[in-house]
Design a protein around this ligand. Sequence first.
Ligand code: ZN
Length: 340
Amino acid sequence: MDLYSPGKRFNSPEFAKQFHDCMSNSEKDAKPSTCLLCGKPTTSFCNSHSIPKCCLKNISDDGHVYTINQILNFGPIDREKGLARTGTFRLICKECDNQFFKNYENPTAYLDEPNQQMLGQIATKDLLLEINKASILIALDEKTEQNDTKAVRELDFSENMKALGKAVHAGRGKGSPYKLIMFQQLNYVVPFAFQGVANLVSDFDGHMINNLFLYNQSYRLEPLHIAVFPLKHFSVVLLFRNAAAKRYKKFEKTFLNLLPEEQLAVITKILFSYVEEIYISKAISEDAINDKELESAIRMNLMYLAFGGDEEFVIKKACRQYAINSLPHVPNLLSSAYAL
Ligand SMILES: [Zn+2]
């Protein structure tokens, strides 16, 4: 439901101006004129990674990792990527890239539960990646004169910029805007890495969480932040949301009653059905790469293109299909059975 989703709401009018002020006219290397973190004018932007390089290095082989397309085999999309090209964006200056994320990019920090400052830094990265995707899509819509989708993306862009302000504040050690739902330390190295957001459509039984098809200025999506970090000798998996988010109550009640290994299975299901920027070790078992259920989960991302009908019809259908209990039975890649 990421980059390809017509239902993804990315942006807003007041930020459209900011966007235009910030972005260069070139579609190819669209980038702001000021760093989105410190606000200083910058001409040399950093090639930032959404997932810390220290995590990617732990699972890479000769500097390469698989993308989800190694499982999906879909046309021209890359099946593997070099680390320099995995989940990257150019929106902040080198100084901010080196300084701002220090707490959360330090593996020893995960010997304890992550604090609000670390969650703020993770959320900042997640939002920068979303803003980067939105800017590319808006540029594309402008070029192709897709005014309807452009308005939706601008709404999302604005939401993400507002959320970014809060995340940056927390990342600097101020405020407690997040609720950590789950944190697990695993004493093995998991075979994939991920960091980003998923806007869950429905809970375990199909009750709606986010209506991705309601394009209304006053409706806010509530994202779930998810991180899977394979570290040198262990891994951490964490899940958090904005403390003010209201729609995850039922989901959390069921989720928190599960055994730790079952929680990992649920996170694996959600990730492969909702997001694209999962980077997988080339040492993963062949069984996993050839797993048909895993392929069906990844295919759900693309399925949104085929959704037609009015808003009520599509959201009801999506709630049924994305009910966590109905998602494909993917192998639990976060369990010790798939450890590297
Ligand atoms: Zn900066």
